[in-house]
Design a protein around this ligand. Structure first.
Ligand code: ZN
Ligand code: ZN
Length: 215
């Protein structure tokens, strides 16, 4: 897999510090489970954070006992969860699978129009995270953002003004960005998307007006 679009430093730092809302943490953890590059960046932030804690004396852990803890973690066998064959074919990386309690087939989708389906995942308030399924060749409505939107592709691909996003790629959009993601032809695009404010659909007014305008 070749991931081209990665997490921002700000997101990795906030994740390392434990200050991201749960919805964003899930997307970060899901990306990191597929991306060696961002995992390495996270480890370096974790190391810096750990060093800061040691300096301020908050964490009173000697090197020897820290090593023992790390060795214990490394030596812990993975809990048996699902058969290996199933894991190999899984669309959802482990952090997301744990959240959903299964894989793509276990998602309870709701139709939101235009063939697009979504499933909102339960998280603490402050930000929302949902799974989206967009039919190949279909455009999501053109929209701006009132906050931050983080979208990770799990299956298929989409394109927008920023480029092509395939499995593992993450797009981070903020207030100054407007884009029109279009799912690539051939298969449904399944994404995990977190937002910390409702999207503002530019097309909302024209769409409401359509029946009245006769277009
Ligand atoms: Zn990455
Ligand atoms: Zn967007």
């Amino acid at each position: 897999m070749s991931i081209k679009h990665h997490l921002t430093d700000a997101l990795i730092m906030a994740y390392s510090a434990g200050s991201l809302p749960e919805a964003f943490s899930l997307v970060v953890a899901t990306h990191i489970s597929l991306c060696d590059e961002c995992r390495a960046r996270l480890e370096s932030y974790d190391a810096v954070g750990g060093a800061l804690l040691e300096e301020t004396g908050v964490a009173d852990v000697s090197d020897a006992s820290l090593d023992a803890v790390l060795a214990r973690i490394a030596g812990t066998p993975d809990e048996p969860r699902q058969p290996v064959a199933r894991m190999k074919d899984a669309v959802f990386p482990a952090p997301l699978r744990d959240y959903v309690g299964g894989d793509l087939d276990d998602v309870k989708w709701k139709r939101v129009g235009g063939g697009v389906r979504q499933a909102v995942l339960k998280t603490a308030s402050g930000a929302r995270v949902r799974l989206l399924s967009i039919p190949g060749g279909t455009a999501m409505p053109d929209h701006g953002h009132r906050g931050t939107e983080m979208t990770m592709v799990l299956k298929g691909a989409f394109r927008d003004e920023e480029g092509r996003f395939g499995r593992g790629d993450v797009e981070v959009a903020n207030e100054d960005m407007e884009h029109t993601p279009v799912a690539e032809e051939g298969e449904d695009c399944i994404c995990l998307a977190a937002t910390d404010a409702p999207l503002r659909f530019n097309a909302l007014i024209p769409r409401i007006a359509q029946p009245f305008l006769g277009i």
